[in-house]
Write a protein that binds this ligand. Structure first.
Ligand code: NAD
Ligand code: IPM
Ligand code: MN
Length: 349
């Protein structure tokens, strides 16, 4: 059979609310897909004592693609780190070797007024952040100790080796080559040795992509340029931590963190798809969450992992059409519920 298995991992907080809408949209399209759900994050910890149970990881490995909601629960912030909900997503990314995280940010027509930028600045945004996802300070050795002076100390090792930088650099150049041919590598090479290595390797890889125009920018300047003139960016390639921060910033530039989807791909383009936002404990359970990022993540899944680019286009067009009718969740200045936003997308399909 040609039916593709989608693992749905809803997680915590608004994760289940937004993934439910993404699943409804996928189901409405009558594609050869089957779905299996499994607990992850705090929900899994509650049920079985571990944020990433063996059965959940096995399902993720068996599936053709994974649709992930969000993890994180303030009730578990005090747990030993290895048991916290966030370890589930970090563990999945590492176990599945999804090193390439694509976070596209473009403005949907009519959302200029939801952006905190001036409409004419926001209107020009069409960029993608290519974020390295398996290395950096996230995965270096970390620990706590007491210094000789009796002070508590914490440390996290920031590191990259050249192979890790090279493979994400290739993804950055290939992404830019399919877009407007402009790649901006963001680092902190004026201070950090990991960043100098990053820059050296990116320059070496550039020789293989003469059609792409490469520039370099320090991350502090990049944060500033992202709100000054975001339309100047096409493709940004950067490390794990800088990409995390810049993508939340880019999301608000296009109207809301509830609008940004992502794809996390391994070397064979098998992937995990998730909104860039978290579990949003402040609005969880109230039907206020914007499901667009999750729905757009499902579209990315169809395109990147399942070779179903026509249905992916249709979903994206339906989100645009739904927003154009004026249906909006509170983050976009409206009053629609999560379900009503999902309904509007379904109606537009
Ligand atoms: P968050 O993204 O959950 O929320 C930040 C703010 O944005 C909140 O005010 C929230 O209400 C709002 N928001 C987020 N998504 C929204 C949506 N779809 N619609 C409308 N508003 C939305 O970030 P946080 O508050 O820093 O973190 C909360 C928890 O989520 C933490 O436990 C954190 O570790 C976790 N987290 C998980 C992921 C993930 O699973 N990939 C990503 C980010 C944060
Ligand atoms: C994200 C999140 C995660 C990250 C956390 C929850 C581990 O912020 O997906 O952007 O930092 O990568
Ligand atoms: Mn983040």
């Amino acid at each position: 059979t040609d039916t593709k298995l989608i693992a749905i991992l809803p997680g915590d907080g608004i994760g289940p609310e937004v993934t439910a809408e993404a699943r409804r949209v996928l189901e409405a399209m009558a594609l050869p897909l089957s779905f299996e759900e499994a607990p992850v994050g705090g929900a899994a910890y509650r049920a079985s004592g571990h944020p990433l149970p063996d059965e959940t990881l096995a399902l993720a490995k068996r599936a053709d693609a994974i649709l992930f909601g969000a993890v994180g629960d303030p009730a578990f912030d005090g747990l030993e780190r290895s048991l916290r909900p966030e370890q589930a997503i970090l563990g999945l990314r590492k176990h599945l070797a999804t090193f390439a995280n694509l976070r596209p940010a473009r403005i949907f027509a009519g959302l200029e007024d939801a952006s905190t930028l001036k409409p004419e600045v926001a209107r020009a945004i069409d960029l993608v952040i290519v974020r390295e996802l398996n290395g950096d300070v996230y995965f270096g050795e970390k620990g706590r100790r007491t210094t000789d002076a009796g002070l508590r100390e914490g440390h996290d090792l920031m590191r990259y080796d050249e192979s890790e930088v090279r493979r994400i650099a290739h993804i950055g150049f290939q992404t830019a080559a399919k877009r407007r041919g402009k790649l901006c590598s963001v680092d902190k090479a004026n201070v950090l040795e990991t960043s100098q290595l990053w820059r050296d390797v990116v320059i070496e890889v550039a020789a293989e992509y003469p059609q792409v125009e490469l520039t370099h920018m320090y991350v502090d300047n990049a944060a500033m340029q992202l709100v000054r003139n975001p339309g100047a960016f096409d493709t940004i390639v950067t490390g794990n931590l800088f990409g995390d921060i810049l993508s939340d910033q880019a999301s608000m530039c296009v109207g809301s963190i509830g609008m940004l989807p992502s794809a996390s791909l391994d070397a064979d383009a098998k992937g995990l798809y998730e909104p860039i936002h978290g579990s949003a404990p402040d609005i969880a359970g109230q039907g206020k969450a914007n499901p667009c990022a999750a729905i757009l993540s499902a579209a990315m899944m169809l395109r990147h992992s399942l070779a179903m680019s026509d249905p992916a286009d249709r979903i994206e067009a339906a989100v645009a059409a739904a927003l154009a009718t004026g249906v909006r969740t509170p983050d976009l200045g409206g009053t629609a519920s999560t379900r009503a936003m999902g309904d509007a997308v379904l109606a537009a399909l």
